[in-house]
Ligand binder design. Structure first.
Ligand code: ATP
Length: 225
């Protein structure tokens, strides 16, 4: 079998020296889609942060996109992040520049060269999320759902192997959330694994996938139930 895109073994997820989740073991394969659920404070965001090396992995082992989380030096973290798409609930677009400039900012920061190539990539990802005409618009002139699509477009710029999404539909109307889920389905079918933290159990019923549950300091896995 091929190497998993993300894997933790016997991992402790730690916040400020305190264990939030213990003995966490799971593997996410290429093109898998899994939800991450649990009550407020149960550890969903902390688990995601550990996977993108925002929190250190001090106990246990883990790899993401071929990077060893335990031995990863700070200087290599940007290379790991470049292989990931990260989507948060609060949109975090830079408000002082256009949608296109927001996307170019990321391309420049991740080493892309060539004006034409960069412009083309911006158009490609905007088209992929169904927003081909908005490159010149300022973020605040877009609806919440459109802004979230731009955030997803930004996450797709470097063709991530894994999309980590923390409550990506949290602020959105149900119909708009459905649109984001359809978009995730397309992205997933195109080969990107997705791990999505959510409180929205209606989405779990409507779009069933594997479910990882943070509960009382443990991670439960529907695939092992
Ligand atoms: N920056 C931080 N410093 C210290 N403790 C933190 C920090 N962020 C979160 N925690 C604590 O870690 C635990 C897990 O929080 P986390 O944010 O991972 O939960 P969550 O499941 O994502 O919650 P929510 O659904 O509310 O986003 C909580 O007890 C929380 O108080």
């Amino acid at each position: 079998m091929s190497e998993p895109i993300a894997e933790l073994r016997g991992a402790t997820i730690t916040q400020e020296g305190r264990a939030v989740l213990e003995n966490v073991s799971f593997a996410l394969e290429k093109s898998e889609f899994s939800y991450l659920v649990g009550r407020t404070g149960a550890g969903k965001s902390s688990l995601l942060k550990t996977l993108y090396a925002d929190l250190p992995l001090l106990v246990g082992s883990g790899t993401v996109a071929g990077f060893d989380l335990v031995s990863l030096p700070a200087s290599k973290v940007p290379y790991l992040r470049r292989r990931l798409g990260i989507v948060f609930q609060d949109f975090q677009l830079l408000s002082d520049r256009s949608v296109g400039e927001n996307l170019l900012f990321v391309l420049n920061a991740t080493g892309w060269r060539g004006k034409a190539r960069k412009q083309q990539r911006v158009q490609e990802v905007l088209t992929q999320v169904g927003l081909s005409g908005v490159a010149g618009r300022m973020p605040h002139r877009l609806s919440g759902g459109e802004q979230q699509r731009v955030v997803i477009a930004r996450a797709l710029l470097n063709e991530p192997v894994l999309l980590l999404a923390d409550e990506p539909t949290g602020n959105l109307d149900p119909e708009v959330a459905d649109g984001i889920m359809e978009l995730f389905r397309e992205i997933n079918h195109a080969g990107t694994a997705i791990l999505m933290a959510t409180h929205n159990f209606q989405l779990l019923e409507k779009y069933p996938h594997r479910v990882l549950t943070c509960k009382e300091g443990q991670l439960l896995d529907s695939a092992r139930a």
